[in-house]
Design a protein around this ligand. Structure first.
Ligand code: IVH
Length: 676
């Protein structure tokens, strides 16, 4: 390297280096498309830091080294917004949205064009740039004045500290905490005995108001920008074009916004976003519809609180606060004892929730959850509702702490907890609760897939003592079944037929159905490929088991202990006696994994395959089904209403398949699948 002599040369070199680093930051943090390795990036940053240490007078405010700049601040200065940050009028139903649409259509000359955007559940922020340099970042506050949180917002790596635009620029958007950062942060807080945040929004607000920017930097805030002003006015004539300009200036905008030209398209966008919602790494609490034409926005004007040209369609809330009435223990098929909270019923994500999991006693202790507490309850998608945090301010003093009992609540066997684990278990194999769950698992879709066995039927069979293990199911007679409630001759016959059919199920289904600890659908399939009969599997040594792809020490151990337990061996004998003789996988399938090392991502709704099914198909050939698209993805399979993942695949030039093409590829690779 040539020595840098004169200060002007150093200044130029520094500027070039900064420009280069900024462009890499943009590619990495905004576009998700790095063009150099992390190590090379770190080298560039290090070189810049070294130069700046030697020439401290040449450090600029917008240098990439200055994100986590100063020392902790004392408090936050209040800043008065020049243009107030308005809120949005909320609507909760399609008729209300239709009213909004009609009002706009009546008050505009040509048919209105809207932009639909996700309503990100974070906190809004206003950014001020002067001559290209970020000067100030202010929270919304009460809309008129907010907190100057510049040093914290600067830590957001996707946010440009410098933009190629002179004069006075204001950009507004939403700061949020990505879901995985939120989880990590809460885990850390709990480990340190601090109170967890109830949801990512509270986490983001708490983080933005921390006094130490270094701490903020560790929490990985993110930002999407959605409005732009040059000297107090929108620079381009439509909202759409202003969003493009934001992108051109290097800001991160949400990729899922869409132009919509009718009410019908608005409702379709709501549906599509609702479907995508769970797969995003941030919380979305609704859709914002904005009139696209800026002149029309001006003509429609605003009230003191809301613009008349925009509206927020809110999704039914996925979280709420309720009270714990009691804590009950549930015993699963592996004997795991899970504490469950009985709640005062509340509406969440469109359904009534009256129970939520508390995971385990350790979690209850860590979160200090007590009976009588008001708690945050979250339910998203089809996951079991869970209690995430206690609202300690609402304690009245009569809440009672929970103590884990020593005995199984169902069969009174002493509970056990292996060293180093958090879950208590009932060790009694014939504990009625375990038996019930084992039977339900045995007949379930992913296991033996025997139609007609709901909880009500299983409960009756157990109560009447007609079934004591899964093998007993196969000895049920029609006249016995007919004695049960809500069971006629026809439905009884159907059930017997389903049982009969299941005897020839593929071996993998039976292995899964046995409910061996740590052995699920995928492992069962792998095991069946390596050991074509149950006898072969039950006599396999630890070493032999370890040659199976999904099997590690713990799984092998669990298999060995299952097959050395006399009561399990009796069950296997009984199953063989009643005629359960599973079919081994086709020889072509045995241990041939043509898709090993390949990664598939599914997006959108496939015409006839369920997501779960398609993913299992990929795994059956040794491939992996992952959730996000990257340069390493082999194929993206896109269905109806595919969203950001499809866009990303196209931008990364990852091949995109339709369901039909996917099925053809699957067949060509020797895959076979019975539609379930
Ligand atoms: S537009 C005048 N767009 O929702 C227009 N807001 O309830 C004002 N928000 O305070 C905002 N995502 O914090 C807009 N795509 C989006 C948004 C969004 C989230 C928040 C914002 C605002 C609140 C209004």
């Amino acid at each position: 390297m040539t020595p840098l002599s004169d200060e002007e040369d150093v200044r130029l070199a520094l500027e070039t280096l900064r420009r280069e680093i900024r462009s890499h930051e943009y590619r990495y943090y905004v576009e998700n498309r790095p063009s150099i390795t992390d190590a090379d990036f770190d080298r560039l940053l290090k070189r810049l830091e070294e130069l700046e240490t030697r020439y401290p007078n040449l450090i600029t405010e917008d240098s990439p080294t200055q994100r986590v700049g100063g020392a902790p601040v004392e408090g936050f200065q209040t800043f008065h917004h020049k243009i107030p940050l308005l809120s949005l009028q909320n609507v909760y139903s399609l008729p209300e949205l239709q009213e909004f649409y009609n009002r706009i259509a009546k008050n505009t000359t040509s048919p209105p064009l809207f932009v639909g955007e996700l309503k990100i559940d974070g906190l809004s922020i206003s950014l001020h740039y002067r001559d290209g340099t970020l000067q100030r970042a202010v929270t919304r506050g009460d809309g008129e004045k907010g907190d100057d949180v510049t040093s914290n917002i600067r830590t957001i790596r996707s946010l440009p500290l410098h933009i190629p635009e002179g004069g006075s620029v204001e950009a507004r958007g939403e700061v949020y905490l990505p879901r995985d950062s939120f989880e990590t942060m809460n885990r850390l807080r709990e480990e340190r005995g601090e109170e967890p945040f109830a949801n990512p929004r509270n986490g983001a607000a708490g983080t933005v108001h921390l006094l130490d920017p270094r701490e903020v930097s560790n929490r990985h805030l993110e930002i999407f920008l959605y409005s732009l002003f040059f000297d107090g006015a929108e620079p381009r004539p439509s909202h759409r074009e202003n969003l493009s300009l934001l992108r051109e200036l290097g800001f991160r905008t949400n990729p899922l916004s869409r132009s919509l030209s009718s009410f019908q398209e608005m409702t379709e966008f709501i549906e599509e976003a609702g479907r995508l919602r769970d797969s995003l790494d941030y919380d979305v609490d609704g859709i914002v519809f904005k009139v696209d034409d800026i002149a029309a926005q001006k003509a429609l004007s605003s009230t003191s609180k809301f613009p008349r040209w925009a509206v927020a369609f809110k999704f039914p809330p996925e979280e709420g606060i309720s009270r714990i009435l009691s804590i009950q223990l549930q015993v699963g098929r592996t004997g795991a004892v899970t504490p469950v909270a009985n709640l005062e019923p509340l509406r969440l994500a469109g359904s009534t929730v009256s129970r939520a999991t508390l995971h385990n006693a350790e979690e209850i202790r860590r979160k200090d959850i007590r009976v009588g507490d008001w708690v945050w309850v979250v339910k998203s998608g089809d996951v079991i509702p869970k209690v995430t945090a206690v609202v300690k301010e609402r304690r009245e003093g009569n809440e009672t702490p929970f103590t884990m009992p020593d005995l199984c609540p169902i069969c009174a066997s002493p509970l056990e907890k292996p060293e180093g684990e958090v879950v208590w278990r009932c060790p009694n194999l014939s504990c009625p609760a375990r038996l019930r769950e084992s039977l339900l698992h045995f007949v379930s879709r992913d296991a033996m897939n025997i139609d007609g066995f709901g909880e009500a039927l299983v409960d009756q069979l157990l109560e009447k003592g007609m079934v004591k293990d899964p093998a007993d199911l196969y000895t049920l007679r029609l006249d016995e079944l007919e004695t049960l409630e809500r069971m006629g001759r026809k439905s009884g016959a159907k059930i017997l037929n389903a049982l009969q059919e299941s005897k020839k199920n593929p071996l993998a289904r039976l292995i899964n159905g046995l409910g061996i600890r740590l052995v699920g659908e995928v492992t069962a399939r792998d095991l069946a490929m390596r050991f074509p009969t149950l006898e072969a599997l039950s006599s396999a040594t630890q070493e032999e088991l370890l040659t199976v792809p999904e099997v590690g020490e713990k799984v092998a151990q669990s298999l060995r202990s299952f097959f050395s337990d006399p009561s399990n061996l009796t069950l296997l004998e009984k199953l063989a006696e009643v005629g359960v003789s599973p079919s081994p996988p086709e020889p072509s399938q045995q241990l041939s994994l043509p898709w090993k090392g390949m990664k598939f991502v599914f997006t959108g709704e496939l015409p006839s395959l369920e997501r779960r099914e398609a993913e299992a198909m990929v795994r059956s050939l040794g491939g992996e089904a992952t959730g996000s698209v990257s340069g390493k993805t082999s194929f993206v399979v896109a269905g109806e209403a595919a969203g950001s993942k499809l866009a990303k695949a196209l931008s990364l030039k990852v091949p995109v398949l339709s369901q039909e093409e996917f099925l053809r590829l699957f067949q060509e690779a020797g895959g076979s699948w019975e539609q379930g």
